[in-house]
Design a protein. Structure first.
Length: 276
């Protein structure tokens, strides 16, 4: 008889997003991306009891994790360093790392236990079936009124969309993102991977309205304390920023340095100069 298959899962605590270390991570520019990477790393470590191993496929474990979880190397590097600093990951050897909190949140179940659980659930479902069918007539009587209301709403929505659709299409048809990219590129402080940034810009910036929203959001964020501190370490790459539509991020007024100048951005960020 073959070895019984075993399934693993991660138990996410209800206070996960309110923990101080996670709240601090999410406040960093690009923090939501880093939080997702942390969760992916936890899932990656499930089968090995919260451990991550370097297998020599890439140059280092960070590049190897980025390849496995399909994330940008620079984002994984920032996340990994933060987890090390906060004690959420520990180096056991050069090829082995432990996520101490993760190993306490791992659940598992054999395939035999899963079959038994499904069998019990199916029996409960059969017991409830009779009660459900007695309510069926009442539900179908209500359906006609609901259906009529939906049809009325559909007609109203279609009528309004029809009036606005040509205007929206005309705006998108006359807007050329390639003509506006250089303006964005000159404004963005971290100038890396220009070709990838241009491709992503052309995909997300499809109208004059979006371009205005994008540049307005960027003008605010380049003055934020997160972007200015530690020589611009926490400024996301332009492709990452565009991919996450980060111009929509709400920056608290207390986090904005109103006195920052163009020259200060050049001094604080080593990537500020063009690297074409």
């Amino acid at each position: 008889m073959g070895k019984e298959k075993k399934y693993f899962w991660l138990k996410l605590m209800d206070n996960f997003f309110t923990q101080p270390r996670i709240k601090k991570l999410r406040k960093i520019a690009g923090g939501d991306t880093y939080t997702i990477i942390y969760l992916k790393m936890q899932l990656l470590s499930l089968n090995d009891g919260g451990r991550l191993f370097f297998e020599g496929i890439e140059e280092n474990i960070i590049e190897e994790i980025a390849l496995t979880i399909d994330e940008e190397i620079e984002n994984v590097e920032v996340t990994f360093q933060y987890l090390l600093n906060q004690g959420l990951i520990e180096e056991i050897t050069k090829d082995e790392y432990l996520m101490p909190e993760t190993k306490l949140l791992i659940g598992s179940e054999t395939s035999a236990a899963e079959r038994m659980r499904k069998h019990r659930n199916s029996k409960k479902a059969l017991q409830c079936y009779a009660d459900v069918t007695t309510c069926y007539d009442d539900v179908t009587n209500c359906y006609t009124d609901i259906d009529i209301e939906k049809d009325i709403n559909k007609e109203y929505i279609c009528a309004n969309r029809g009036a606005n659709a040509p205007i929206e299409s005309a705006n998108e048809a006359t807007f050329d993102p390639k003509m506006h990219f250089e303006e964005f590129w000159n404004l963005y402080p971290k100038k890396v991977n220009k070709k990838k940034a241009k491709d992503k810009f052309c995909k997300v910036c499809k109208s004059e309205e979006i371009f205005k929203q994008l540049t307005n959001g960027l003008n605010i964020q380049i003055k934020s304390k997160n972007w200015l501190k530690e020589n611009g370490q926490y400024i996301p790459h332009p492709t990452t920023w565009l991919n996450g539509e980060r111009w929509n991020d709400e920056i608290p007024k207390s986090e904005i340095n109103k006195t920052v100048t163009y020259e200060e951005m050049r001094e604080n960020d080593p990537f500020f100069e063009d690297t074409l």
